[in-house]
Write a protein that binds this ligand. Structure first.
Ligand code: PLP
Length: 427
């Protein structure tokens, strides 16, 4: 107890304070399996890294760790871009960082929209004072390069092209290489969202020639939410340096952030880095390095094939055509007559399994099964198929859990040797 005499010298003795409800105490985190659109399950080593004691964010050891994060992110993005780091903020802040730095008032920006996140890009362009030229594709389809080519021809004064590589709202992947080649032929810079693709499917920033690329920590990197890896080409930096207007965001102005992340001589204070989140990102990137990017891509592909076989054995149909399907985000149509929200609730409450719902025009029409990062493993695939079969059978469908699991296991036995090497995502 605090001495009453001491209390008398504080405001507590002089005012009647309102008190929080008595029944609030430490949060008992439920055990969940995360197979939604993110966050994904965190591997034990990442969880441990988060729990280490904080050190100062200007501590030389911390600065060294931040330098290693930059090196590891260049590997993840497959780039030599010097300006590669993690923005302190979720993927949405990475998105906004790209737009506020590269779009100036009056700029024309072609935005390809085939889902939720393309829509957010339009918002970003408009809030920067730019004009968005919208290239729409159906939700569930990849971006059509011919439509982009048409928009580029019709708007020769466009300065930027922005698109989402992996649309998490639908599970469709677009051909980044083709879209970027078109933009470059028209001397447009590109902003590319790789939040869901990074570490799950190939993201080849230098091969593609992309200019501003952002991602997120909590999807296929399986780190805690709250960080956004970004990378910028020399062309993007040149555009930034030739700006006529100040970047309207102080926090996201790359010129200022750089003195913190990249201050070659002396690191100056910009904001307090989320120290523990960065420990976790470092560990997640070390795990990626230990596994190897190509093995990570192959693991995502393998578990997708197994889940797909099982889902199809349950009679479910995919939303996206096979050539554009993301292995890490499986969108399937809700069968007629099934209460989709009830299915998700039962999976969560009875099986501790989180899956995603449809958004926008797909709300109520699809389920989204994420197989991102550490969530992409055989035990999750089997649990998902078993529990989904049970819940759907209770809902009146003629589903057979052992048939679905058997279909997945057939895929695994076909790839047996790979399962053994890839499934034990070093943890
Ligand atoms: C999740 C996601 C984002 C936003 O990331 P947050 O961390 O939720 O802010 C942006 N784009 C895509 C494609 C995403 O999947």
């Amino acid at each position: 107890m605090i001495d009453a005499g001491l209390l008398r010298h504080t405001s507590a003795a002089m005012f009647v304070l309102t008190q929080p409800p008595r029944d609030i105490s430490s949060f008992p985190v439920p055990r969940r399996i995360l197979m939604g659109p993110g966050p994904s399950d965190m591997p034990p080593r990442v969880v441990q890294a988060l729990g280490r004691a904080a050190i100062g964010h200007l501590d030389p050891d911390f600065v060294h760790m931040m330098d290693e994060i930059k090196v590891l992110l260049r590997y993840a993005f497959q780039t030599t871009n010097a300006l590669t780091f993690a923005v302190s903020g979720p993927g949405s802040v990475g998105m906004e960082t790209c737009f506020v730095n590269l779009v100036e008032p009056g700029d024309k920006v072609i935005v390809c929209r085939n889902g939720v996140f393309g829509g957010r890009m339009i918002e970003n362009v408009e809030r920067c004072g730019g004009t968005a030229i919208i290239v729409d594709d159906a939700w569930g389809d990849p971006v059509d390069p011919d439509k982009l080519a048409g928009a580029l021809r019709a708007h020769a004064d466009a300065r930027l092209v922005a698109f989402v590589h992996a649309e998490t709202s639908t599970g469709a992947q677009s051909d980044a290489q083709a879209l970027i080649a078109l933009a470059r032929a028209h001397e447009c810079l590109t902003i590319v969202d790789t939040v869901t693709s990074l570490a799950g499917t190939p993201v080849l920033v230098d091969t593609w020639g992309a200019d501003a690329v952002y991602s997120g920590s909590q999807k296929c990197l399986s780190c805690t939410p709250g960080l956004s890896p970004v990378t910028f080409s020399e062309r993007a930096i040149a555009r930034l340096k030739s700006r006529r207007h100040k970047v309207q965001s102080w926090f996201m102005d790359l010129g200022l952030v750089l003195q913190y992340w990249d201050g070659a001589a002396k690191r100056t204070y910009h904001h307090t880095a989320p120290v523990n989140c960065l420990y976790a990102l470092h560990e997640a990137l070390v795990l990626l390095k230990e596994e190897g990017l190509e093995n990570s891509w192959a693991r995502h592909r393998l578990h997708h094939e197994a889940l797909k076989a099982g889902l199809e054995a349950l009679g479910l149909e995919f939303l996206v055509q096979p050539s554009a399907r993301l292995p890490q985000l499986n969108a399937v149509k809700v069968p007629p007559g099934v209460d989709e929200a009830l299915v998700r609730r039962r999976l969560l409450e009875e099986f501790n399994l989180e899956i995603g719902a449809g958004l926008g025009p797909l709300a109520g029409k699809i389920w989204r099964f994420g197989l991102m990062g550490y969530s992409s493993r055989s035990s999750n695939v089997i649990l998902c198929l078993e529990s989904l079969a049970t819940v759907l059978r209770d809902g009146g469908l003629a589903t057979d859990a052992s048939f679905a699991v058997g279909a997945a296991e057939q895929i695994y036995s076909k790839w047996n040797s790979q399962v053994e090497t890839n499934d034990c995502h070093p943890a």
